[in-house]
Design a protein around this ligand. Sequence first.
Ligand code: ADP
Length: 514
Amino acid sequence: MKNKVDSRKDIRKQAGFGIRGQLVIGFTLFVLIVLIIVWIFQVLLLNFFYEQTKMSDLHSVQEGIDHAIAEGELDVACNELAVKYDVCIAVYGVNNGAIGDLLISTEVSPTCIIHYTDSQALNSYYEKALASGGEYTQRFTLAARENNIPSRSDSHKDKPRPEHKDEEHTNNVNNDNVFVIAVSVKALSDSLGNDYAAFINLRFTPVNAVQHTRSVQYGYIAMVVIIAAVIFSFFFSTKIARPLERMTLAAERMANGDFSTHFKIEGYRETRRLAQTLNYAVEEISQADKLQRELIANVSHDLRTPLTLISGYAEMMRDIPGENNPENNQIIIDETKRLTTLVNDMLDFSKYNSGFEEPVFHSFNLTESVRSIINRYSELVRQNGYRFIFTAEDEVTVTADERMILQVIYNLINNAVNYTGDDKTVIIEQTVCGDGTVKIAITDTGNGIPEEAITQIWNRYYKVDKSHKRAVTGSGLGLSIVSRLLQLHSAEYGVESSANAGSCFWFKLKISQM
Ligand code: ADP
């Protein structure tokens, strides 16, 4: 079995990351993931998204030309499309499957290919378009474009046939291999059956230069953001962890038995609440600890006194023959009874407060029960001149745990007998109240209870007079047992008393029958 010191060591050597470590690592990782995602989209896939947009522009231009041919407004429409999408457009009529007259030509780029390509090449593009379902697009790298663009002074016809590299499927980041131009040809026809070939020259801005700049930029941004993330997460985690660390130290002090420990209420709402709850727990534990100490002091005192008397008298009666008389015998019997009461009260108290003892409700004649308890005191009446006055107008039946209610009445009458005045009178009244309840009140003519003690008498081990006069020494548990039993019945109860005016203890139960 582990001892206390081992358990404490076990608690201290908890492995793993603390809140600080977890938050700093977690937050930094999160920022890193966000940066990687942004980098993938903004840098790595920049070229891809750019090309997608350009291709979508190309389709819009093709649709626009198609629409313009149908509407017969080719001129205006092509100029608008060329400016809007930054493309060069050349629309040719088609005669007998070959490129014929140039119908429209808009030129916005000095690096355009379609306006400087001979009719043979244009025809070859057109044939490729027809072969691939009416549309053909060819892309040119920077190097290929340079080969294709003759100087502006060159004549159209003199131009050498460009040696176009088919780069459609290459995707090198090398500047020379980056696509800068796409030439697209679309075969169109109008409602009259005339065929057209629409050539579109689409310019690409090489994005790998931008890509490189962005990569460098992202490197710096990542550095700054990660440093900021570490600093912020460290700051926030410290704000959370510090109150918890302080609370742990305070809890350790508490575990070592220092109940004056106070948990500082600081930090976030949750930690403030935890501190409040722990402060409440410390109060409760220290109260329980105090009561336990009192219990040990009370019990050892209360048990030792009768035990000393019993053994003292018994030895005296054994050693001195003349002392073996009925009076001394009676003292031993009385002290034994006192011991029994004390032990029984302690057992009852722990039984009813453990929460395992639930009341078992059934109907019984309360008036008859009170009478039977009073009868138990007949010896006291006969020998010591006590007077019990019981008044009850009706026979009342209640539904309750009879054993528990009898114990309540017995404890209250016992106290009244112990604390009543010189006239040795105890009055027990049973009154039927208007609200369907019956009130049992036990009144004595004793010294009463001082106002400051009234609320305390129901507490366990509380005694108004701690001087332990032999005649009235009790366990200090009687009224706390009464209070617990009446609470189990959800019954109203109380006491009316003041110094030198006697006391009246009462409780009410619901009447089930009269
Ligand atoms: P005890 O066994 O000491 O009587 P209780 O719990 O029954 O313990 O009562 C608690 C304290 O309340 C008693 O010590 C006593 O000071 C006070 N008390 C109880 N009943 C009476 C009473 N009828 N008159 C005056 N004081 C009383």
